[in-house]
Design a protein around this ligand. Structure first.
Ligand code: IMP
Length: 200
């Protein structure tokens, strides 16, 4: 028996729940253009150098995949997984490693690839950890930067977009593991009064 097609508004994104609304903040096209420019900046600084990308799971996966393709030249990659602990949405600064790198970074030109810089506590933890391992160079590329929220004294060497203090999903970023597959970066709002995850 043929299944009945479910009619949904074309503005409803795949995987979107009824109580959630999504607004596009940065379109996929803008992301792709910016990632291309970031790759040019990075290659300008490291023209003939093999670059070892270190992606922070899971949010950086799509950004790393696009950046790696735009970089050209010799590129390798590895991944690390960390979680930061806190009450609700506020991080306490306690960061725990879930999965370490597979290979040594000693003597390599390392580019840490992060989806978003929020308090900066995760990046601070990673930079301290990686510095001890004596890479030749240690640089950071982030797609998004919520400058207003910064607690730790860190900044990226290459930044895609500075964004306001809103909870965003898409292009690798999640809300409860959902929305990572959206091509755009969107602001997610919850509940009838349209509060953001941050205000809720
Ligand atoms: P930080 O340690 O506070 O800088 O947090 C970094 C991590 O928090 C990111 O790698 C994300 O996983 C997560 N995060 C922070 N803000 C957002 C957001 O707006 N959407 C989704 N994840 C976020």
């Amino acid at each position: 028996m043929p299944t009945k097609a479910i009619k949904r508004s074309p503005r409803v994104k795949p995987g979107q729940r009824e109580e959630e609304t999504l607004r596009v903040l940065i379109s996929h096209q803008r992301i792709r253009e910016r990632v291309r420019h970031m790759a040019e900046e990075i290659r300008h600084d490291f023209p003939n150098e093999p670059i070892h990308l270190v992606g922070v799971l899971k949010g950086s996966v799509l950004f790393l995949a696009d950046l790696a393709r735009e970089l050209g030249g010799e590129v390798s990659f590895d991944f690390i997984s960390v979680s930061s602990y806190g009450k609700g949405m506020d991080s306490t600064g306690e960061v725990k490693m879930n999965k370490d790198l597979d290979v040594s970074i000693e003597g390599r030109s390392v580019l840490v690839v992060e989806d978003i810089l929020d308090t900066g506590l995760t990046l601070k933890y990673l930079l301290v950890l990686f510095e001890e391992r004596k890479p030749k160079h240690l640089r950071v590329a982030v797609l998004l930067d919520k400058v207003e929220r910064r607690i730790a004294d860190v900044k990226a060497d290459y930044t895609g977009f500075v964004i306001p203090n809103e909870f965003v999903v898409g292009y690798g970023l999640d809300y409860d593991e959902r929305y990572r597959n959206l091509p755009d970066v969107c602001v997610v709002r919850l509940g009838p009064r349209g509060k953001t995850k941050i205000e809720a």
